[in-house]
Write a protein that binds this ligand. Structure first.
Ligand SMILES: N[C@@H](CCC(=O)N[C@@H](CS)C(=O)NCC(=O)O)C(=O)O
Length: 380
């Protein structure tokens, strides 16, 4: 530990020792022993596909879901603005609304969803065993998950990147870098891309850190607030959400570095080789993006269908002449249900992500015509 950081973090080890002693005895979850220390788990191996009963590729998942009459959608339930379990048990957030959008496409009913809250470490097994049909759970598309873990990935709905959050009082600023975290106790949740990314970034910067992982990000944040972690790290969107909701009065949390340490493209994830179901999920996302491009919203979709102001592509997408939804096994008006009941991409984004301070403008999540990456292939 450098001299500067002995000053910055010097008192912490004593605090940690106290916490361990005080909380081990009373089952206080927030101060539980970390799930793992230092060694970052290898993410694909953490969900070894050979250990679970795999859903057979010849069971057509779209048929199964349709026969059941409800979509089983895996969410976090603890991801601010993406999926949050409310006191009445309902789910709100950007990811939760994408579950509703898929249900609206399949059943014409955005409420035909059973939400299944999952920790990061549980999520892929839940897909492989059929406990959920699809994951909408801040899940990053990576080569290993796509190829080794038995998952397929849909279109990215949110372009994220991993960052770190620390206290300004510890000398950090929004311009700090990984080179500034030598000696820090860095915390995150288990079973994520986050663990390997921060271990790699610390190595590359030549600094030594103690990486503590916990079961979920609520526990991570509580430990950060209590002082047991100097730094928390995860997708930047989650750090912004946690800062917006949980920064204590009189304390300033800073998020850095300005350029994230990784790319975290988040989107729907489902079991491998379920092409019909995959098409439905993917085109549901694309329908929200195309509607956004054309300014078709939940509020104006019916009026615009009536006043002749829609172009041929929009007419097809909403179930008119030349529609392609029935060929996918859906009703012709499937995406009309999506837009009228849940909204277009911008409505879903603005409803949940703007309130915590995540803005599309100038980000990768702007539409392609505005310099961003949100783009859909043509509906023809
Ligand atoms: N995108 C990363 C991280 C996903 C992740 O678990 N993110 C945290 C921060 S948003 C989370 O969802 N926390 C909620 C929870 O712990 O349940 C991945 O796919 O591995």
């Amino acid at each position: 530990m450098s001299k500067r950081l002995v000053r910055r973090f010097g008192g912490l080890l004593a605090v940690l020792a106290l916490l361990g002693a005080a909380c081990g005895s009373d089952d206080d979850e927030a101060a539980d022993e970390p799930a793992a220390t230092t060694e970052a788990a290898d993410d694909p191996a953490a969900t070894d596909a050979t250990e679970v009963e795999l859903v057979q590729a010849d069971d057509d998942l779209l048929d199964t879901v349709m026969a059941r009459g409800e979509l089983k959608c895996g969410v976090s339930g603890a991801a601010v603005a993406f999926s949050e379990t409310q006191p009445d048990g309902s789910q709100t957030g950007f990811d939760a609304d994408y579950c509703r959008a898929v249900a609206a496409a399949i059943f014409g009913d955005a409420e035909a969803v059973e939400f299944v809250p999952l920790t990061a470490a549980e999520r892929f097994t839940a897909v492989q065993t059929g406990a959920v049909d699809v994951l909408m759970r801040n899940t990053t598309w990576t080569q290993g998950r796509d190829t080794e873990v038995g998952m397929d990935f849909g279109p990215t709905t949110y372009y994220d990147g991993q960052q770190l959050m620390a206290r300004a009082g510890d000398g950090f600023t929004s311009a700090s870098t990984v080179a500034d975290i030598d000696g820090a106790i860095v915390c995150t949740n288990a079973g994520t891309t986050t663990e390997q990314n921060i271990a790699d970034a610390a190595d590359a910067a030549g600094v030594s850190i103690q990486l503590n992982t916990f079961e979920d990000f609520d526990i991570v944040t509580t430990n950060f607030i209590n002082g047991a972690c100097n730094i928390v790290t995860t997708d930047g969107s989650a750090l912004v959400g946690r800062k917006a909701n949980q920064q204590p009065d009189g304390e300033e949390w800073v998020i850095f570095p300005p350029t994230p340490i990784s790319k975290e493209p988040l989107g729907p994830t489902y079991g491998q080789n379920q092409s019909r179901f995959a098409d439905v999920v993917n085109w549901t996302v694309y329908a929200t993006i195309i509607a956004d491009e054309k300014g078709i919203t939940s509020g104006n979709v019916d009026a615009r269908l009536g006043d002749g102001s829609l172009d041929a592509e929009a007419v097809r997408l909403l179930g008119g002449d030349g529609e392609l939804q029935t060929a996918m096994g859906l009703s012709a008006d499937a995406f009309h249900s999506v837009i009228s009941q849940v909204g277009n991409y911008d409505e879903i984004y603005s409803r949940h992500l703007n309130p915590v301070g995540l803005s599309r403008e100038g980000s990768a999540n702007a539409g392609w015509l505005d310099g961003g990456l949100i783009y859909a292939p043509p509906a023809r």
